[in-house]
Structure formats: C-alpha cells, structure tokens
Ligand binder design. Structure first.
Ligand code: NAD
Length: 332
C-alpha cells in the first residue's frame, strides 16, 4: 500500500484530480490517499493559503499528486506552486511531450522531454520597486542549481537511449547567468561522450520547435525559458490538456499537469483529464508500479485514438467524467 498526498487544488483541479484518482484505483494500485488542500478556496475558509497539515502530509509521504492552484496576478498572494517547489527543493521539473495519435496537430512525431530548472532564475521572487515608475527582479543562476538539472537531463538521456540533449540559453546577451548555465552543460556533456550536446539560443529554439520539433529528444533549460517552452511544446501535441509533469527533488516528488486552474471552464465538467491522469502514471512509475503506469498510459492513448469520448479542447464533446469512464473501460 503506497501512501500518497492528494492535493485537489482549485478551478478545474478537483475535477481532474478525481478523474486521476479513479483511474489509478481502477488500475488496481493500492494507494492510501491523504487528501489535503491549499489555495484561494482554503484561504476563504481558514485564512491561510497552505494549512500546516499540507506540509505535514507531504513531509510524511514524500510524494504528492497535485491539482493546479490559482495564483492571482499582482496582489499579495505568492504562488503556492513555486513555494512548494522551493521549500522542498524540487529542482527538476520534468515534462514529457509526445504526439498522441488521434489528436489533430500539424506534427505527428514529437517525442521529447523538457527538464526545466525549478528553483532559481527570475522565479526566486526577488523583486523590488526602485522608483515610482520602475521595478527590477533578480535572475540568479548557480553552478549547483545548473549542474543538478543538467545532470538529471543527461542521466535520463543515457538511461532511455537518447542520442542528444539540447541546452537552451541566451548566453549571448546574459553572459554571466545564462553563460554559467551553458558552461555547466558543456562540462557535464564531457562525461557523456555518446550524447550530443545541442546548444540552442532561446529565440531560435522557439522557431525550431514550431518548424521541426522532432529534431529534439531532451531539452534542458532554466526556469523561465522552461516554463514558456513547456506551454509551447504542449501546443505542438494538442494543448495543455494532454501534457503531464513532475517536480522531483532528492527524496521527494510532486506530480502535476503543466496546465493551470483554467477558471473559465472550472466546475463545468469540461476539462480534459488526460494531463493529470498521465501525471498520475508518471507517479506510479516513480513508485515502482511500472506495469500499471503503462496500462494507464496505453488506455489514455487508445481512448484518444478511438476518438469517441474526447473533451472539447480535443475537438470532441465528451465531459471530463465521460472521458475518464472511457479510459477506465479501455484499461479493463
Ligand atoms: P491555464 O493552464 O489554466 O489555461 C490556459 C488555457 O488552457 C485556457 O484556455 C484553459 O481553458 C486551457 N486548459 C488548461 N487546462 C486544460 C484542461 N485540462 N482541459 C482543457 N483545457 C485546458 O493557464 P492560465 O489561464 O494562464 O492560468 C490560470 C491560473 O492557473 C493562474 O492563476 C495561474 O497562476 C495558475 N497556474 C497554476 C499552475 C499550477 O498549479 N501548477 C500552473 C499554471 C498556471
């Protein structure tokens, strides 16, 4: 029996998390879920964004499946998502992006994994107002932070028979910060002579990805570029509704979709559950339940290939619950 913290989140979070929980249980994995929540809804009732029981549960179980949580723009709320990643040093944000046959997209052979550094860069929250009309933010890049994410990307490439890793940077302009990240990539690449290091400047990367995405296998980059590239790559394979993700640290991991709380479709039983279900499959893989993880991934692929129960974002008219039921039926 695995012990897992389950954080439903807000917006579409509770709907898609329920879908993932049902699919995982239908696959026959024994999980004792510890359900705790955080976010604006909790704040309204309890006056705190993250109750202590959320931290206690994550620290006890060391693994969580999490729904998206809204971060209101420009007011006093800090991002809970960023806070959790920083507090638990979940430095590796892993986002596999793969074409699923049956989704109508311009490219049919996208199969890459983004490794986004998760704790540094402009996301450190070190911003200040320097006059009435100006503000500035700190972009911090360290050798430790860079090395560990780049090594995670090369290790993944090595274990999964990938032939190349692309490091994405803007070292031509930000010579000290992105320059350090690039230098770390060059040094680590020397330890993996069988893996080719592609050095790609972020703006060129955006163009290459929307023209020839299948030239990339593994991408490693800093926090902000990784955030943006993740959404761009999600667009290549059918949108945010289908791309899973994981935040992994030394001995702790939080699994969550790339997408946010999608307030416009929240509470309407319209959200695509695929991204969170596939995040759940990644979690099972991490827990050593490789076979069940594959069963779930295959059932998702089969449901999309059949094309009968697809949510609106994929061109269908099925509800979240209908698509989830179809996935479960394809698993049995
Ligand atoms: P979003 O990902 O919520 O939505 C972007 C677009 O994708 C919208 O059109 C939305 O309807 C669509 N979409 C997203 N997920 C979908 C799904 N499962 N099925 C169908 N369509 C889906 O991004 P946003 O609008 O920029 O952000 C909304 C809120 O979510 C913000 O407060 C943001 O801070 C937060 N957010 C949280 C996380 C997280 O919890 N990890 C990640 C990203 C954004």
């Amino acid at each position: 029996m695995h012990q897992v913290t389950l954080i439903p989140g807000d917006g579409i979070g509770p709907e898609v998390i329920e879908a993932a929980k049902n699919v995982i249980e239908a696959a026959g994995v024994q999980i004792d879920w510890d359900i705790v929540n955080a976010g604006a809804d909790v704040y309204e009732n309890e006056g705190v964004l993250i109750p202590e029981r959320v931290f206690e549960s994550i620290e006890k179980n060391k693994i969580a499946l999490k729904g998206p949580i809204t971060t209101p723009i420009g007011c006093g709320f800090q991002s809970i998502n960023v806070l959790l990643r920083k507090k638990y040093d979940l430095f590796s944000n892993v986002r596999p992006v793969k074409t699923i046959p049956g989704i109508n997209v311009p490219f049919q052979h996208v199969d890459l994994v983004i490794f986004r550094e998760n704790t540094e860069d402009l996301y450190m929250g070190l911003e200040k107002k320097i006059s009435e009309d100006a503000a500035e933010a700190v972009k911090r890049i360290t050798k430790k932070g860079s090395t560990r994410i780049i090594r995670a990307a090369f290790d993944y490439a090595d274990k999964n028979n990938k032939t190349k890793v692309a490091v994405v940077h803007k070292a031509n302009i930000m010579k000290l910060t992105d320059g350090l990240f690039l230098q770390c990539a060059r040094e680590i690449a020397e330890e993996y002579p069988h893996i080719h290091l592609q050095e790609v400047i972020i703006d060129n990367m955006c163009m290459q990805l929307v023209m020839h995405p299948s030239q990339f296998e593994v991408i490693v980059t800093t926090n902000l570029y990784g955030d943006i590239l993740s959404d761009l790559c999600a667009g290549l394979v059918g949108g945010l509704g289908v791309v899973p993700g994981a935040n992994i640290g030394e001995n702790m991991a939080v699994f969550e979709a790339v997408h946010g709380s999608a307030p416009v479709i929240a509470g309407k039983n319209m959200a695509n559950p695929t991204a969170v279900i596939l995040s759940g499959a990644m979690m099972l893989d991490y827990l050593g339940e490789r076979e069940k993880s594959q069963v779930i991934s295959q059932a998702v692929t089969e449901t999309i290939r059949q094309g009968k129960y697809l949510t609106k974002d994929l061109g269908g008219s099925a509800s979240t619950t209908d698509m989830t039921k179809a996935i479960i039926e394809n698993m049995l």
